[in-house]
Design a protein around this ligand. Structure first.
Ligand code: PEP
Ligand code: MN
Length: 337
């Protein structure tokens, strides 16, 4: 159930409604938009049906959201959410590019890549310090040492940092260094992790599970928002289909679909979505044409030697060339990059 307030409803009126709803044993989430304030009510909605909430001062309408996801839905918040990552706005007119190596391998390589992607127009540096690998014998990431490298490259370049957390026990540590906490595809339905990052003050980038439907994806985001963190962006990174010529099938249908269903920003990762470096630029362009708010791209100076995902990583000069093409396309779409 959502309670939509009239434009200009006072704080006193909002507080009064919240107090009333809480007394009934229900949880509230307040979304203060530019236009109006909306109160989301979570819990057994039947209790509310007997309350004449529409009669409360300041209330315009009371709506029941039939979809299983409430706070992430467009009905809850009609305008796009714009997430402020220390001054970098995700979800606005400007398309945000997050780029960097799959894994943080060492400081020098990270700094080198960071400087190059920044000069090509990326505003956020990606790099995993905790790596979800299919084999326990593969490189697992540098852990906190890797996070420190990310922090140091941030200091040198001014790039913001997005990095993955895999374990609830590490959220406190990752949020100390990261500007955006990434929840990877394999953890999209790790509900305890979702609740934990939902309690963080840092923005979250939630990747779609490789076998998750759009509905399940949005339900996972609902976990993050319902724990109080509204700064959640969604990342389409490919799903598993019968097609095995590419690593995954990048589901670009999901981009305009999620933009219809939800107010949250949508990021596309064509690196994992294709698994092949020479498909990354074409699919990055397609993602922008489909309405993506941002891109996540793997870049490595020497893909042959990469600790992970070399085959899908762009070398810096190819990244630069792609960014130039994306600039033209973004303009054609009425956006900037
Ligand atoms: C990553 O971004 O490094 C990653 C592991 O991606 P995904 O969770 O989408 O596989
Ligand atoms: Mn990777």
């Amino acid at each position: 159930m959502i309670i939509v307030l009239r434009p200009g409803a006072t704080k006193k009126q909002v507080d009064h409604i919240i107090e009333k709803v809480k007394k009934l044993g229900l949880k509230t989430m307040v979304s203060r938009g530019v236009e109006r304030t909306i109160i989301g009510v979570i819990g057994e909605e039947d209790i509310l049906r007997v309350q004449p909430l529409e009669a409360f001062p300041g209330v315009e309408k009371v709506m029941s959201i039939l979809k299983p996801y409430k706070l992430v839905s467009r009905e809850f918040k009609p305008e796009n959410s714009v997430i402020d990552v220390e001054g970098v706005k995700v979800g606005g007119k400007k398309i945000v590019v997050m780029a960097g190596p799959c894994s943080v391998e060492n400081f020098n390589m990270l700094l080198n890549v960071g400087r190059k992607v920044k000069s090509s127009g990326a505003r956020i540096l990606r790099g995993g310090a905790f790596k979800p690998r299919s084999s326990p014998y593969s490189f697992q990431g540098l852990g906190e040492e890797g996070l420190k490298f990310l922090r140091d490259v941030k200091k040198e370049t001014g790039l913001k940092i997005v990095t993955e957390v895999m374990d609830t026990r590490d959220v406190w540590m990752v949020e100390k260094y990261a500007d955006i906490i990434q929840v990877g595809a394999r953890n999209m339905q790790n509900f305890n992790l979702l609740k934990e990052v939902g309690m963080s003050k840092k923005p979250v980038l939630l990747k779609r599970g490789m076998s998750a439907t759009v509905k399940e994806f949005l339900m996972s985001a609902e976990y993050v928002l319902s724990a109080g963190n509204f700064n959640c962006m969604l990342c389409e990174r490919g799903i598993r289909t019968f097609e095995d010529a590419t690593r995954f099938t990048l589901d670009l249908n999901a981009v305009p679909l999620i933009k219809q269903l939800s107010h949250l920003p949508v990021i596309v990762d064509p690196s994992h979505g294709t698994g092949k470096w020479d498909l990354v630029a074409p699919m990055a362009k397609a993602a922008i044409a489909a309405g993506a708010d941002g891109l996540m791209i793997e870049v490595h100076p020497n893909p042959e030697e990469a600790f992970s995902d070399g085959e899908q990583s762009l070398v810096p000069y190819r990244f630069e060339a792609m960014m130039k093409e994306l600039c033209v396309l973004a303009k054609a779409m009425g956006r900037d990059i």
